[in-house]
Design a protein around this ligand. Sequence first.
Ligand code: SF4
Length: 426
Amino acid sequence: MKNIEALIPSGDNTPLPDRLRGITDMLGAEASAPVRTAGIIEKALSGETINREDALTIAGLGNDELPYILLAASEIRDRGKGRVLTFSRNVFVPLTQLCRNHCGYCTFKYEPGEGALFLKPGEVIDMASKGARLGCTELLFVTGDKPELKYGEYRDALGAIGYETTAEYLIDMGAAALDEGIFPHTNLGLATHDELLGFKKSNPSMGLMLENISMRLLKKGEAHYRCPDKVPKQRMKTMETAGELGIPWTTGILVGIGETWEERVDSLFAIKDLDDAYGHIQELIIQNFCPKQGIIMEKYPPPDFVDMLKIVAITRLVFGKDMNVQIPPNLNPGTYQLFLYSGVNDLGGVSPITIDYVNPEAPWPRLESMRELSGAAGFTLRERLPVYPEFIDGKYIDAPLLERVRAAVDELGYVPLEETDPDGSN
Ligand code: SF4
């Protein structure tokens, strides 16, 4: 078996299709898996999910053994998802960039005076209508957490347009976006039962990253110090309420923010418990920390590439063939297609008109290049709505909204091909 170091991007000029072929050859090498991975692979391939101990064994594997696990994760993805790689075309709307938290990795938040307190209704509607005109199907609302509890000027300005909370404002803006012909997908942060019910009328899906289940990361010196909205129990509570309400939910973990392997694995199993109970987790994002100048954690190293392959493969093996597992392509610009070999089946939202405000330094890849790279790896790229095909169902989406969602997809639940890239441009 060749060494998996061949997978690690070397910064050389080898064309990506050749690199991909090299990996395919390596994964197809004729050899039998070492004993300690063989049991895990057998279990996974027989349809059982792996347990915590198995996951931690994978975390500790050396480069000679890991390819067998990657092969198993790819095989399981193929069983559930085939060779289809999905993405959504979105408009990114940072409704407010004020926030009461102080995450060590944040580049999104600013203070009053450093930018607008929030986007005005007319601005949001303009973005929604422009996005819809350009063929976007998702309006991704992202906000800081509960700025109304910290900033008087924000509270007053919001009050002046008739709202007491960011959630109330977002609920109305979600409905306004839908009226413009684009589906809102809101990442509000913590939310109550009544707020979620309000969002459900216009949002076919919503999201909240768990990030990590560990309370340790809230201690002084850690990534979530002074972050009241990052208490894992409360994030789990919001997601549990969403489960009770049957809202298709996107969540995931952040990798490389100072967590241990145990904490990564425990975070995945916490999400799995929720999904086992409610079945509403539509997608898991495995998001890598990217150091940037000026953030509290600017000197932290990014997560190791092989560790990212491992955690993606572990996610696939823990959740099985039906889960949608996503890697953000703009945070892995030279390598995202390599994650196809660890079980990924989705590349998330890509915007033709707005930047990623959470990672402003990371441009979206062009659709054409995503299509070429996935084709070279034997995958077909398909555009989806913010809600995945398997959740387009009366069990999850109420009647009036469901009708609009169904009208926007083909018989497989994807955006019809003729609307995906009518002029062959991004
Ligand atoms: S990452 Fe999000 S929650 Fe954390 S400080 Fe930034 S805006 Fe607030």
